[in-house]
Ligand binder design. Structure first.
Ligand SMILES: *[C@@H]1O[C@H](CO)[C@@H](O)[C@H](O)[C@H]1NC(C)=O
Ligand SMILES: *[C@@H]1O[C@H](CO)[C@@H](O)[C@H](O)[C@H]1NC(C)=O
Length: 294
């Protein structure tokens, strides 16, 4: 009798284990979600738009240049939204703050969806004394600030194809300068292609460190996500561009820097103006028949 109940007990354990395993699989992706993904992927490819925070995401979703498609897919706590900018189909996703969030979310995006390129945008701190609050920086290279052994030299990764089709971005792009009739930036913001940007899961607010990384590495935008998005895109061989608007002088040092809180939304808006212009230009370029390199 004892051995029977022992076998029965083992059976119960295996049954429970089996249910847990099934439950785990189901939690990652239901059949319904899988079908939805297949359906949406058949209508692709999409440009993936990767966004750190709500205040950077919402102005894009509310922009008259963005047309939503009535499909939303949730995977592992991330919400993937579909829409169009010009003729370009886009899938956008918010990562949440920091490198791990950005890495995981970009991996989900590229694992599950039919994505032909990644556009990453948001605000950033500024380490470059010749740039100003409100300017938009597009780095040629994105690297990690080396705080830990997992740091990788991303610049070894070859050409950045998406960057290469951003011709003379300074031209004709009017960025916002004022938040209302009385509070304006002291300079007129512009879009710049800069040599380097860098990321780490820390908020950089230190004038000496900011000067050090600019003098030593010629880093302009400093943020908390770009390098993770770049690394995953590189691993998956998907072209990538980062468009970051400068919201503060990382660590202060000028009159404007004390007003970073005031200009954070203006910076987010300027990054979106640049993103919309970029995607429309990309769309026009593709319709002109030329994006074999994508
Ligand atoms: C990173 O890689 C580039 C390209 O191979 C190289 O020029 C550069 O010296 C490397 N930087 C470091 C810190 O190893
Ligand atoms: C403009 O914004 C600034 C900063 O938030 C505020 O102090 C000021 O009162 C605003 N002016 C107007 C006219 O709304």
């Amino acid at each position: 009798m004892a051995s029977f109940s022992y076998i029965g007990f083992l059976g119960l354990i295996f049954m429970i284990f089996g249910l847990i395993m099934e439950g785990t699989n189901g939690a990652i992706m239901s059949k319904k979600t899988q079908n939805l993904i297949n359906k949406i992927n058949n209508k692709g490819p999409y440009l993936g738009v990767v966004i750190p925070n709500l205040f950077e995401q919402n102005p894009l979703l509310n922009s008259p240049d963005y047309t939503p498609i009535d499909v939303v897919i949730d995977i592992s706590g991330r919400r993937f939204r579909f829409g169009k900018i010009g003729d370009q189909k886009v899938v956008s996703v918010m990562t949440g703050l920091g490198m791990i969030n950005a890495g995981i979310t970009t991996q989900l995006l590229l694992s599950f969806f039919n994505v032909e390129g990644v556009v990453h945008y948001g605000i950033a701190g500024n380490a470059n004394p010749s740039l100003n609050i409100g300017d938009v920086a597009i780095p040629q290279e994105v690297g990690y600030l080396k705080f830990a052994d997992y740091a990788v030299n991303v610049s070894k990764g070859g050409d950045n194809v998406l960057n290469n089709i951003w011709y003379q971005p300074e031209e004709n792009l009017e960025l916002e300068k004022c938040i209302n009739s009385t509070t304006c930036l002291s300079t007129t913001p512009k879009v710049y292609t800069v040599e380097r940007g860098t990321s780490a899961s820390i908020y950089l607010d230190n004038a000496a460190y900011r000067s050090f990384i600019y003098d030593k590495f010629k880093v302009s935008p400093v943020d908390m996500e770009s390098a993770a998005v770049a690394l995953i895109s590189l691993q998956q061989r998907v072209p990538y561009i980062a468009i970051r608007a400068l919201s503060d002088l990382a660590g202060g040092g000028s009159a404007d820097s004390n007003e970073a809180d005031i200009f954070i939304n203006l910076a987010a808006d300027n990054s979106i103006i640049a993103v919309l212009a970029f995607i429309k230009q990309l769309s026009a370029f593709k319709n002109g028949g030329g994006v074999n390199s994508m």
